[in-house]
Design a protein around this ligand. Structure first.
Ligand code: SF4
Length: 333
């Protein structure tokens, strides 16, 4: 991972440490940025604070290492790679978004051929490329496309999505025939296809290539339906409560437990920081799980689990409160 691919705002980092007089800083990075940890830690040290690099995984803006910082007596968390999601935390936290400094143009040009069947295109990206969305829009417009960029969230930039939040795509979905996602990796464009049920083409500026996602989304939907059907047969459920600050949905967990019990079945609450098959295997009595934490764990890692692990939305399909067709209409994410 080269530091010159991302704007790490190194000057601001040093200034924030000095301005706040931080003594112990917990530095938190997603895995993709961890190769830059030592470089950032040196900046913190030069600014006069001790720094501890969190070696734990960090998957999103929801995953601020508050518990870790408490245990380590850190007085400031520096969280890289995501847009601010959680405010007023009991340990001051500064988000650094790490915008990519690479051009998206070549990848977007390569996407034009794949977008040929459609004229009205929704443009979507992650925080890393929000500044390049205008360049992408220009390329699409000059190729004769009518381009839409959604803005329906206070915390997100126009056109920006998160792995579990596609509201900026959903608000323009009825206007467009297909979406172009600009960014690296399959995680976000796959989520976009599942959230909107529209054709999705991805333009990856890190690899200067474009590809279509539609087969993947169909395969996943087939599997989600099969898991719902399988979970329906269970008599005893584990309801998972995520311990990460932005994933904790206690009220939802209690509510779904009650709904299951109303069907004369058993449900128990389980708290987990990381949701893995290895951890769930210890609970041999549970035949299926409802995951109230990050929905992408259920959707993207289904094959890693031995039992069905439904998202909250899928649980309500299983309970008969919403139809599968309605869920598809709304988007499973
Ligand atoms: S809940 Fe999951 S998808 Fe949403 S921001 Fe957190 S890690 Fe990403």
């Amino acid at each position: 991972m080269r530091g010159d691919l991302f704007d790490l705002e190194e000057e601001r980092l040093g200034e924030e440490i000095k301005k706040r007089g931080a003594e112990v800083v917990l530095l938190q990075l997603p895995d993709g940025l961890k190769p830059l940890a030592a470089r950032l830690a040196s900046i913190v040290e030069r600014a006069g604070a001790s720094v501890i690099i969190s070696g734990e995984p960090c998957y999103g803006a929801c995953d601020v290492a508050l518990a870790e910082a408490r245990e380590l007596n850190a007085d400031l968390i520096i969280h890289y790679g995501h847009t601010m999601m959680l405010k007023d935390l009991d340990i001051p936290t500064i988000y650094f978004e790490a915008h990519a400094k690479i051009s998206v143009e070549k990848a977007v040009r390569r996407a034009i051929g794949l977008l040929k069947p459609w004229r009205r295109i929704g443009l979507v990206t992650t925080v890393q490329h929000v500044e390049n969305l205008e360049a992408a829009r220009r390329i699409l417009s000059s190729a004769g496309k009518e381009v839409y960029v959604g803005k329906a969230s206070e915390i997100l930039y126009p056109g920006q999505v998160l792995g579990c939040n596609y509201i900026n795509a959903k608000v323009i979905s009825s206007n467009v025939e297909a979406f172009l996602f600009v960014g690296g990796g399959r995680f976000h464009p796959l989520g976009l296809a599942l959230a909107t049920m529209k054709p999705v083409v991805a333009a990856d500026p890190f690899e200067d290539r474009a590809y279509s996602l539609n087969g993947d989304a169909k395969r996943i939907l087939k599997r989600r339906w099969a898991e719902i059907e399988e979970a329906r047969k269970a008599e005893t459920y584990g309801v998972i409560i995520g311990l990460k600050p932005g994933q904790k949905r206690l009220k939802e967990a209690f509510k779904v437990k009650k709904k299951i019990e109303e069907m004369r079945k058993k449900a128990y609450l389980i708290s987990l920081r990381e949701i893995t098959d290895q951890k769930l295997r210890n609970f041999q009595e549970f035949e299926a799980y409802i995951n109230t934490a990050c929905p992408r764990i259920s959707i993207d890692e289904a094959s890693a689990f031995r039992q069905p692990v439904l998202t909250l939305k899928e649980a309500y399909v299983m309970l008969g409160e919403i139809s599968w067709e309605k869920l598809l209409e709304e988007g499973i994410i």
